[in-house]
Write a protein that binds this ligand. Structure first.
Ligand code: TTP
Ligand code: MG
Length: 537
């Protein structure tokens, strides 16, 4: 019989606040919130205990809690750096680096190999004649390293670390259950290391797949962890609204509910407010066939499986190199070339800085090289969902160590971004720009330890800037953008296959705007953000 995986999901507690507290420990004691453009994007647990809510409008929160301290969180660089540091720290502890990063705030760890190894040690102990009873009642030393047997921790085999998702213990601690018991101790150890060494608290979930682990982790927060044994998974899931299952988004949910509750005559529809959308009810009113018919083969099967606690997706170790780096800003109105020029200068400075931080290792070697630069705009008349983009080859001067940043930025703006902008606006005599986004995309891994940029770029010279690629992206107006971004995976969008979606953005820019409250955020956060609106978390 095949053994189950052991997956740990970690989510940093009040993440942006924790980063702020890290730099200013005084904040720990007081109620404070991090704001972005008129919205409280998160608040610490001191503030939450007083009733402050994530995603409250800033003006409401300040009115309701006049002494609430507000920290500006519009510069994401500190959160990005902290997130990366924590990811590397965790990755060093997990064999094979099997850690997948979802946005800034979440990690999935596949610790199966570590569990297998330690179970084999346990089996050896049993086989060596020591009685089962005395092995199982003594603390077990869990090895976190194959090479160094002193690296690890002691843990009891007879109890679970943390909470139980449904409050019930399995009848026995054997087989897969024992694997999860050990997984709970690994989770506890890793979380303790993060707290002791890095000073961050997290909430953890342990189960046999990513979805169950993530949902278990959300059951008890902050600074807690929860184990979900497979035999209780269905009971646990059944109580949730289907919209709370990760990867089931608004659109999938409404398609499913329509399929179940809409009368074929269009007359006997169940009114929306009377539609029970718990997993339990949906499982009983629908079947796999209905899911496949309404959502398509792969999405239908996948979402049907999810409602039954089945998730075949594997933990895919996140690459050190982001797929793209982009910086953007929004404006009331940019109507002159000089304004656009100034904004592009500012954005290019940030972009260059990000390229250096994200793509250069501590020795100054490049980890990856973007091949393409992309400029995206949105005009006042085109509305929120519609962006247009143009791309060009990225000049190698970006990687030059013999020019100052100012020189490189001037070069980029005058010789690359402004010509791209002209292409974008075409013949228009007047324009009214409300968004500008500069990005480097198409990032290729650098040859090992190579700092020879010329070799990487082949015959291309730094000023080879004459062939504008005609990559023109028209986004459909969308209510909910596909969750993509620097590190996020499309799998974490709303579960619909791309060709079945009509509401996705084709542009994988990392900033999104919520159509409900207007908050701008990294795209990975949008899914969670919409859930807040749905469920008022
Ligand atoms: P979350 O994990 O949803 O929130 P959190 O870490 O602040 O709090 P919790 O303890 O409940 O996990 O999101 C991670 C960070 O992403 C959060 O600190 C701020 C940011 N974010 C936004 O900017 N906008 C949003 O709508 C959401 C949901 C998050
Ligand atoms: Mg969090």
């Amino acid at each position: 019989m095949s053994k189950s995986l052991v997956i740990i999901a970690l989510d940093w507690d009040a993440f942006y606040c924790s980063v702020e507290e890290h730099f200013n420990p005084e904040l720990k004691k007081i109620a404070f919130a991090v704001k972005q453009k008129g919205i409280i994007c998160t608040c610490n647990y001191v503030a939450r205990a007083r009733g402050v809510k994530k995603l409250q409008m800033l003006v409401d929160a300040v009115k309701q809690f006049p002494d609430l301290v507000i920290v500006n969180g519009e510069d994401l660089s500190r959160y990005r750096d902290a997130s990366k540091e924590l990811w590397y720290f965790v990755r060093d502890m997990v064999w094979g680096g099997k850690v997948e990063r979802l946005g800034f705030d979440e990690l999935f760890l596949d610790v199966t190999e570590m569990i297998d190894y330690n179970i084999a040690l346990l089996d050896n102990l049993h086989a060596s004649g020591v009685s089962q009873r005395s092995v199982d009642s003594a603390p077990f030393f869990f090895r976190m390293s194959k090479e160094d047997e002193s690296v690890g921790f002691s843990c009891p085999l007879s109890s679970v670390a943390g909470n139980l998702a449904t409050g019930s213990l399995p009848e026995n601690f054997e087989g897969d259950n024992l694997r999860l018991v050990l997984g709970s101790h690994v989770c506890h150890y890793i979380r303790s290391q993060i707290l002791d060494i890095k000073g961050y608290t997290s909430s953890g979930g342990v189960s046999i797949n990513k979805t169950l682990a993530k949902m278990a982790g959300a059951a008890h927060k902050p600074n807690q962890q929860t184990v979900l044994f497979p035999e209780f998974a269905q009971d646990f899931l059944d109580a949730f609204d289907i919209g709370r299952i990760p990867w089931i988004g608004h659109r999938s949910k409404s398609i499913i509910l329509d399929a179940i509750y809409k009368g074929s005559d269009g007359v006997n529809d169940t009114p929306e407010e009377d539609r029970d959308s718990t997993v339990f009810t949906v499982r009983h009113l629908a079947n796999k066939h209905i899911f496949v018919n309404s959502l398509g083969q792969s999405s239908g099967e996948k979402l049907w499986d999810l409602l039954h606690g089945i998730d075949h997706s594997v933990v895919q170790p996140t690459s050190d190199i982001p797929t793209q780096i982009s910086i953007e800003d929004t404006f009331k109105s940019l109507t002159s070339l000089i304004e656009v020029h100034n904004v592009l200068s500012r954005l290019s400075h940030s972009l260059l800085e990000r390229v250096q931080v994200d793509l250069m290792d501590s020795n100054g070697d490049w980890l990856g090289h973007p091949r393409t630069m992309r400029l995206t705009t949105r005009t006042r008349s085109s509305g929120y969902g519609s962006r247009i983009s143009r791309s060009d080859s990225l000049p190698a001067i970006v990687f030059s160590s013999s020019h100052t940043s100012d020189y490189i930025v001037d070069y980029l703006v005058d010789r690359c971004w402004m010509p791209l902008f002209s292409k974008l606006i075409g013949d228009a005599k007047a324009f009214d720009i409300v968004l500008l986004n500069v990005a480097v995309v198409n990032i290729e891994k650098a040859p090992a330890k190579s700092s020879d940029i010329t070799a990487f770029f082949g015959k291309k010279k730094p000023n080879d800037n004459d062939h504008l690629q005609d990559v023109h992206i028209e986004e459909p107006v969308h209510k909910r953008a596909k969750v993509v971004g620097e590190y996020a995976k499309s799998e974490f969008s709303d579960g619909l296959a791309e060709d079945e979606e009509d509401v996705v953005s084709e542009d994988d820019s990392c900033d999104e705007v919520c159509v409900v409250c207007g908050q701008r955020m990294m795209s990975f956060a949008l899914e969670a953000h919409m859930r807040f609106h749905d469920f008022g978390e």
